[in-house]
Design a protein around this ligand. Sequence first.
Ligand code: NAD
Length: 339
Amino acid sequence: MSDPVLVTGSAGFIGFHTARRLLERGERVIGLDNLNAYYDPALKQARLAQLQAYPNYRHHTLELADRNGVAALFAEHQPGRVVHLAAQAGVRYSLEAPETYVDSNVVGFLSILEGCRAVSASNLVYASTSSVFGANRALPFSVRQPADHPLTVYAATKLANEAMAHSYAHLFGFPATGLRFFTVYGPWGRPDMALFKFTRAILKDEAIDVYGEGRMSRDFTYVDDIVTGVVAALDRPAAIDPTWDATAPNPATSGVAPWRILNLGAGQPVPLMRYIEVLGAKLGRKAKLNLMPMQDGDVADTEADVTDTLAALDYAPSTPVEEGVARFVDWYCNFYREN
Ligand code: NAD
């Protein structure tokens, strides 16, 4: 029997979907989540209840920054493979509570790296974000461009993760893949994100706040496509790149460690107004708009260059927004009818 996979953030949006995919293919999954109250705890509990219905799932309610607690979990279960998705997410909240981001995303990430070191992990896959690209970038965003000007503390903590992972992969030899997710949406999604807020407001016939005066575009990526990329990275660990050229600016592969950074995005940006239109059509209502200026820390447009991801993981996202939004709305209406 293969070793168990540790999935952190398993009561969260992407962690839940990832844990479920792994359980469905017969893996043993150890879940870790502190079940914090950043958003609706009932939604996290409902996701967790789904996972706990699988006999191969074991949950630990644990704080990432609790180094001894995380070390004990690694010692008990010896997870050779780790998918680290727990983090304080959200760009805007990091303007209000920067310390939460440093505690969960930097101090907490160190606990995971130390755990991987202790068990000589065979693979670490962790979530980074398109936010590390910062502002005024040429589109599409390529992992081969240096990313060194994060606009928010959230982005800064994720960039720190990429650097920390590089040093651990180099010093201790375990493969590490950082995946820069681009605006993920879908069923069981996060209530602090646009699709969730827009749906709630449209159903209540309230106006929705549309930042950037509605001129932004996002590389909205359906959650199943993200999970496919995460699992592919788990199955194909990073390796030292023998072709690495020290004179070429190629931040994606270091050449001196089994480490890489890949974009996980649809690669097909959608104007925010089009996204709202698709949502309104599915709900059968016209959205009322409250056009607002751009917020601090926001970037106008995002678009993933997935050339390297395709080469490394054979990754081809396939869900059009019409289909993804429709699946979200079906889930949302069903979930809130029953809960
Ligand atoms: P989420 O908030 O739904 O999930 C994160 C989970 O981690 C939550 O259940 C939370 O309780 C848990 N958690 C947070 N801090 C913790 C701590 N200190 N100790 C233990 N558990 C803790 O967010 P998500 O959307 O599922 O995001 C998953 C990962 O993907 C995060 O790392 C996030 O930064 C990254 N990401 C998400 C998106 C997106 O669009 N959803 C985009 C880019 C990157």
